[in-house]
Design a protein. Structure first.
Lengths: 427, 207
C-alpha cells in the first residue's frame, strides 16, 4: 500500500477513534451527572433550596443515574425538613432498587467492551440499607410510626441479604428497634436491641432498654444479666422517665469513590475505585446537663465504614468482571490484522476504561441516635455538636399521658446548623 | 427468479418484524372486571382485599354474637386495621370495604368515627345562633357503640436461598385477623382470620 494511502487510512481511523472517545466521554460524564454535581455542591455550601432546585426533574439526570437522583434528592429534602417530599423520592428509590434485581443482559454486554458507566447505578449494599434508614427517620419525624415499622422490616431484609456489609450499621439497627417499640411490638423491639448489644460487643448503650422491655416480657434472667451494664447509682434511684427525646444527628461528609488504575503493557488498563474519606476526626455529639430523668444513650454508625465494607463485599465480583473486560478487549484488539487500526482500537479501549466512581454523596460521615429521657414538666435540652451548642425548643411533659417521643433531625455538615424538624407522638 | 423470490421474502419478513415490534411497543388500555383475579407479583393487591374482606364478613355475620342479633342491629365502631406487613398498604381500604359489606347485609350499624369532628362542628354551628330552635339537632342523642371491630394485617416473606438458577422464587404469606370486642365487658366476642399464600418467580436476567 502506498504511503499516501496508508496515511489516509490512519487519519480516517484516528478521526473515528476521536469521535468514539468523544461520544463515550460525553455519554458517561458531561451532561449525565452535571445536575447531580451541582446539587451536591450547593448542598455542602449550605444552599439547600438551590440543591433541591438543581434536581427539579428526573429527566435532567441520565436514566442510568436515576437511583442516585432519588437518593440525593431524598437526602437533601430530609435535611431541608421536607419529610414528606423526602419520603416520595426515597420510596421511588426503594422501588427502583427492587426492579434492578433483574440483571440487564444488554447493559452487561455493552459494559464488557466499554465501562461500568454504561450500566444502571444499583447502589452499594450499605446505600440500599440507608434508603430505608432515611425513610424510617422521615416517617418518625412525621409521627407515622406504622409506616416507619414497614420500613424497619424492609431494612431487616437488607440486613439479612447483605449481613457482612451492613452489620456495623448500629444506627439503623437501633432505629429498627425503636420502630418496633414505638408501635408497642415489644417482643420485636427486644430482639432487635439484643441483636444490637451482641453486634456492638458492649450492651451498655441499650442495657436500659433491654431491662425495661425484658421486665415487661418476663425475661427475668436476662434482665439480671443486662442490669450489670447499668451504673449502680442509677439502679438505686429507680427513676422512670415520663417521655423520651430522640435526636438524629448527622455529622460531616460521607467518603466518596476515587478512581485508581493499574496499567500493564501493551495497553492493558485495570481500573477500579475505592472510598476516600472527606471528613477528618469528628467529635461525637453530647447532651448538656440533664434533669433527674437519667443519663442519655447514644449509638453511632460510621457511614464510611459500612460503605467500605459494602465495596469490599463486591470485590470478587468487581475483579472478575474487570478481568473479563480486559480479556475481551485484548481478544478484540489482538484479532485485528491492520497494525494501525489495532493501535487505534487499543487506544480507544484504554481511554474507555474509566472506573465507576458513582456514589450517594450527600450522606453524612456519621449518623448518631441520641435517646434523652425526659422528666415531667418543662425539659430544656442542649446538644453539643461539632463545637456548637444547639438548644432545642422546650419540651413540656405532663405526667400520666403515657410515654411520648419527640424527634429532631440535625445536620451539621459544614460546621453550621443546617436544618431541624420535630414531631411528637404518644402511645 | 430465485433472487427475486428471496428479495420478496426478505422484505416480507422484515416488514413483519417491524410490525411486530411496533405492536409490542404501542400503548394499550383495557377495562378489567373487579372480580377478575390478576397478580403481577407476590405482593398484596386489590384482588386480595376483596377476597379477605368477603371471607371475614361472611364469618362475622354468620357466627355469634351477630347471628343471634337479627332484630336489633347492634352498633359497631371500626378502629382500623393495623398494618404489620413489610409493605406500605393502605388499610383504610380494608375498613371501608368491611363497613360497606356489613352495612349492606343489614345486620349491623356503625358509628361514624371518621366524621366525629365534622359532626361536632356542625352541632356547634347549629347551636351558634344561626339555626332556628325547631330545626336544629338535639344534643346528647348520638348512639353509643356496643362492639369494637379491630384487625391486624400481617405478612411473612421468604425468598429462595442463593444458588445457581435463572429465576428467583418468593413465597409471600398474608393473614388478616379481625376481632369483635364487647365494649362493655372488654371480652373478645368473635375473631377469625383469613390467609393468602402466594409464590412468584422473577427472572434474574432481562433486557
Amino acid at each position: 500500500m502506498p504511503d499516501k494511502m496508508k496515511l489516509f487510512y490512519v487519519v480516517r481511523y484516528f478521526k473515528w477513534a476521536c469521535l468514539l472517545i468523544f461520544l463515550f466521554s460525553a455519554l458517561i460524564s458531561g451532561c449525565t451527572s452535571a445536575k447531580l454535581n451541582m446539587a451536591r455542591d450547593a448542598f455542602y455550601n449550605g444552599q439547600i433550596d438551590q440543591a433541591s432546585g438543581a434536581l427539579s426533574s428526573a429527566e435532567d439526570v441520565s436514566t442510568r443515574d436515576q437511583l442516585l437522583y432519588f437518593m440525593e434528592k431524598g437526602a437533601i429534602l430530609h435535611h431541608a425538613g421536607d419529610y414528606q417530599g423526602s419520603i416520595d423520592f426515597l420510596l421511588n428509590a426503594a422501588a427502583l432498587m427492587q426492579d434492578q434485581d433483574v440483571i440487564s443482559a444488554g447493559q452487561q454486554t455493552a459494559s464488557m467492551v466499554t465501562s461500568e458507566w454504561l450500566t444502571d447505578y444499583k447502589g452499594e449494599y450499605a446505600e440500599r440499607l440507608l434508603v430505608h434508614t432515611y425513610l424510617m427517620m422521615d416517617f418518625l419525624m412525621l409521627g407515622n410510626h406504622e409506616s416507619a415499622l414497614v420500613e424497619a422490616k424492609q431494612a431487616l431484609e437488607v440486613y439479612d441479604t447483605y449481613p457482612e456489609a451492613c452489620f456495623a450499621d448500629y444506627f439503623t439497627r437501633a432505629l429498627i428497634a425503636h420502630c418496633y417499640e414505638a408501635e408497642n411490638e415489644i417482643n420485636g423491639a427486644y430482639i432487635e436491641y439484643k441483636k444490637l448489644a451482641e453486634l456492638m460487643g458492649d450492651p451498655a448503650p441499650v442495657a436500659r432498654k433491654l431491662c425495661t422491655l425484658g421486665r415487661r416480657l418476663g425475661f427475668d434472667d436476662e434482665v439480671e444479666h443486662f442490669r450489670q451494664f447499668i451504673p449502680e447509682a442509677e439502679l438505686k434511684r429507680n427513676v422512670r422517665p415520663a417521655g423520651e427525646l430522640i435526636v438524629f444527628v448527622s455529622q460531616g461528609k460521607s467518603p466518596v469513590k476515587i478512581p485508581h488504575n493499574i496499567v500493564l503493557p501493551p495497553s492493558i488498563r485495570f481500573s477500579f475505585s475505592t472510598y476516600e474519606d472527606r471528613s477528618g476526626c469528628l467529635v461525637p455529639p453530647s447532651v448538656g446537663p440533664l434533669a433527674d430523668a437519667g443519663p442519655s444513650d447514644m449509638i453511632t454508625t460510621d457511614v464510611g465504614e459500612i460503605l467500605k465494607a459494602s465495596l469490599k463485599e463486591r470485590l470478587v465480583a468487581v475483579i472478575a468482571k474487570e478481568t473479563a473486560r480486559v480479556v475481551a478487549k485484548e481478544a478484540i484488539a489482538h484479532n485485528i490484522n491492520d497494525d494501525n487500526l489495532e493501535v487505534l482500537v487499543r487506544l480507544v479501549f484504554f481511554l474507555m476504561e474509566v472506573p465507576d466512581t458513582r456514589c450517594w454523596e450527600t450522606l453524612p460521615a456519621t449518623l448518631t441516635i441520641i435517646r434523652v429521657p425526659l422528666s415531667p414538666g418543662a425539659n430544656q435540652i442542649h446538644l453539643n455538636i461539632m463545637g456548637q451548642t444547639v438548644t432545642l425548643p422546650k419540651i413540656d411533659i405532663h405526667p400520666g399521658n403515657g410515654s411520648f417521643y419527640h424527634y429532631y433531625s440535625i445536620r451539621n455538615g459544614m460546621g453550621s446548623f443546617s436544618s431541624m424538624g420535630d414531631a411528637q407522638s404518644g402511645n | 427468479m430465485f433472487r427475486n423470490f428471496f428479495k420478496k421474502s426478505a422484505f416480507l419478513v422484515f416488514s413483519a418484524m417491524i410490525l411486530f415490534m411496533m405492536t409490542g411497543c404501542s400503548a394499550t388500555t383495557r377495562d378489567i372486571s373487579p372480580d377478575e383475579a390478576i397478580h403481577y407479583d407476590e405482593g398484596y393487591d386489590f384482588t386480595d382485599k376483596k377476597a379477605i374482606v368477603s371471607d371475614l364478613v361472611e364469618s362475622l355475620l354468620n357466627k355469634p354474637p351477630l347471628v343471634s342479633r337479627l332484630d336489633d342491629r347492634p352498633v359497631l365502631i371500626i378502629y382500623g386495621v393495623a398494618n404489620r406487613t413489610s409493605e406500605h398498604i393502605e388499610t383504610d381500604g380494608i375498613t371501608d370495604d368491611l363497613r360497606q359489606e356489613i352495612l349492606q347485609s343489614g345486620k349491623a350499624r356503625f358509628v361514624n368515627k371518621v366524621q366525629r369532628g365534622n359532626i361536632q362542628s356542625e352541632s356547634d354551628y347549629q347551636y351558634g345562633g344561626n339555626v332556628s330552635a325547631e330545626t336544629r339537632l338535639q344534643r346528647a342523642r348520638q348512639v353509643g357503640a356496643e362492639y369494637m371491630l379491630t384487625g391486624t394485617l400481617r405478612s411473612i416473606k421468604k425468598k429462595q436461598p442463593k444458588q445457581f438458577r435463572l429465576t428467583k422464587k418468593t413465597l409471600q404469606y398474608y393473614s388478616l385477623t379481625l376481632e369483635l370486642t364487647d365494649l362493655q365487658t372488654g371480652l373478645i366476642e368473635w375473631t377469625d382470620s383469613t390467609e393468602i399464600i402466594r409464590e412468584s418467580s422473577k427472572p434474574f436476567i432481562g433486557w
